[in-house]
Design a protein around this ligand. Structure first.
Ligand code: T6T
Length: 328
């Protein structure tokens, strides 16, 4: 597991396409960004539109692009779904940008559309998620997702020294990030005989489905002590599910990401810890790698960014900066 300094400092918990204007608030609209007229054209394809993780990434991309005099257009599918993301990529390829920054929604289904971008001479950077075969990309940038999953288990472990049953609420199989988080969590659980995993369930990125999963799981196994929600929407829904089951405070919830609604749940005590990623850094690093490739300079094959564990103790202080944005 890779820990950055912030993680060490904060790991205190007893543990239909939307085209978004660069520089605007992230709502559904259409158009393209402004930037240096002679600069590179960068297309950013999000995993899903309206997700504060990708909005924060967009902010990082735009800030870095502005420094370089490059223009950015941002688009994302309405759902985290390769059948909706593929046509967006196809249209982006047809529009011939210089570079494509993309978070593929599936490790295999997005392979061919992204290979087509590379074949068209577009420099591809994979941001956040990756592919089974990432060779079409000049660089892959993501959090330490496995490490984040293990850190989530540590938070549950610290809050429940006697052990017990734990549940993972993920998104869909085939997403590199959430699969790695679930693996990191499950591997760590397997190393502590006091804990037993009741398995990984998939919410399809729908908070309401995550809430249903959690209420049903708590009915079946009322002795569940901890829930790891592997992304923002799974975490929002898991918090609702625990509340609906009347188990607030009795079950430790640790969620990946740090959207504003997740932070409210942390402050309210429904959720005990959040694993905040650094989406703006992923985005700015993505722009740097794309531009290096366009200039014929060396690129880094893989860049791993850090995460911060947010708790009630640091969220109103040092942790504030790690909260995701709803608009740039
Ligand atoms: O957790 C992030 C991202 O890292 C993951 O790949 C998909 O879900 C999010 O966008 C949060 O909703």
């Amino acid at each position: 597991m890779q820990w950055n300094n912030k993680v060490l400092a904060f790991a205190t918990l007893g543990a239909a396409a939307t085209l978004v204007l660069a520089g605007c608030s992230g709502g559904a609209s259409s158009g393209s960004a402004s930037g240096g007229s002679d600069g590179y054209k960068i297309a950013f394809v999000q995993g899903v539109a309206g997700d504060e993780f990708y909005i924060s990434m967009q902010c990082g991309i735009q800030d870095e692009a502005e420094k370089e005099g490059a223009t950015v257009t941002t688009q994302g599918p309405e759902k985290f779904d390769p059948t909706l993301q593929k046509p967006i990529v196809d249209a982006v390829v047809a529009s011939q940008p210089d570079a494509l920054l993309i978070a593929p929604t599936d490790v295999s289904a997005m392979q061919a559309p992204i290979a087509a971008a590379e074949a068209a001479g577009i420099k591809v950077v994979l941001v956040d998620t990756t592919l089974e075969d990432p060779s079409a990309a000049v660089s892959q940038i993501s959090s330490d997702n496995e490490g984040g999953g293990a850190a989530a288990f540590k938070a549950i472990q610290d809050a429940n020294p006697n052990g017990g049953k734990v549940l993972v609420v993920s998104v869909d199989p085939g997403i590199s990030t959430t699969d790695a988080r679930a693996k990191g969590f499950e591997d760590a659980v397997a190393e502590d005989s006091k804990f037993e995993s009741v398995g990984v369930q998939y919410s399809h990125n729908e908070p309401s489905t995550a809430a249903e999963i959690v209420t049903a799981a708590l009915q079946k196994d009322p002795d569940i002590v901890g829930i790891f929600a592997a992304n923002l929407f799974a975490a929002e829904g898991s918090a609702t599910g625990v509340q609906q089951a009347g188990k607030q405070g009795a079950v430790t919830i640790v969620g990946f990401d740090a959207g504003p609604a997740q932070v409210k749940a942390l402050q309210a005590g429904t959720v005990q810890a959040l694993v905040a990623q650094e989406p703006a850094t992923i985005g700015s690093d993505g722009v740097k790698q794309a531009i290096a490739a366009l200039k014929g300079e060396a690129t880094e094959e893989k860049i791993q960014t850090g995460f911060t564990i947010l708790t009630k103790d640091n969220i109103d202080g040092e942790g504030k900066d790690a909260v995701y944005k709803s608009s740039c």
